[in-house]
Design a protein around this ligand. Structure first.
Ligand code: DQA
Length: 148
């Protein structure tokens, strides 16, 4: 049994109400529940955290190493485009991760087209709405199966 950690960055607590034309109508709770159910169905354990604070996400990544988390699914939200500190945290713990975005960051403003994570991620899934998370989980499970 593997442990998968799903991390959501700032403002994603507002999913469902926040710019639904961009981010869809599912709440964060609904997304997390679906991912948890899918992981359990495959015999794995899933934890999720959303935070609006950069340091909390950094601390959670550090703790993930101590806890033996096997894989991270990460939507860094606006920190995607700003956070060298989160990038360094992921490099430090060396846990494989998939970068996820609900919207297609490459079809939006120029400033969203830079990610501090894409080049160190196993892969990037962007623009498929809440399906982005489910596809990331499928990719994580496949990676975990091939590394066992
Ligand atoms: C986002 C895209 C980011 O540019 C934005 O700041 C977000 C959400 C997405 O999931 O599409 O908050 O990561």
């Amino acid at each position: 049994m593997a442990t998968i950690l799903v991390l959501h960055g700032p403002n994603l607590n507002l999913l469902g109400n926040r710019e639904p034309q961009l981010y869809g109508s599912d709440s964060l709770q609904q997304i997390n529940q679906r991912l948890t159910d899918l992981a359990i169905a495959k015999g794995h354990h899933l934890q999720a955290l959303q935070s609006n604070a950069e340091y909390e996400l950094i601390d959670r990544i550090h703790d993930a190493k101590k806890e033996g988390v096997n894989f991270i699914i990460f939507n860094p939200a606006a920190f995607t485009h700003t956070s060298i500190a989160l990038r360094d945290a992921l490099l430090a713990v060396d846990i494989p991760f998939v970068e996820v975005h609900l919207s297609n960051i490459y079809a939006r403003e120029q400033f969203r087209q830079t990610s501090f994570f894409s080049d160190i991620a196993v892969g990037v899934i962007t623009g498929l709405g809440t399906k982005s998370y489910e596809l990331a989980l499928a990719a994580a499970l496949e990676e975990l199966n091939s590394s066992i």
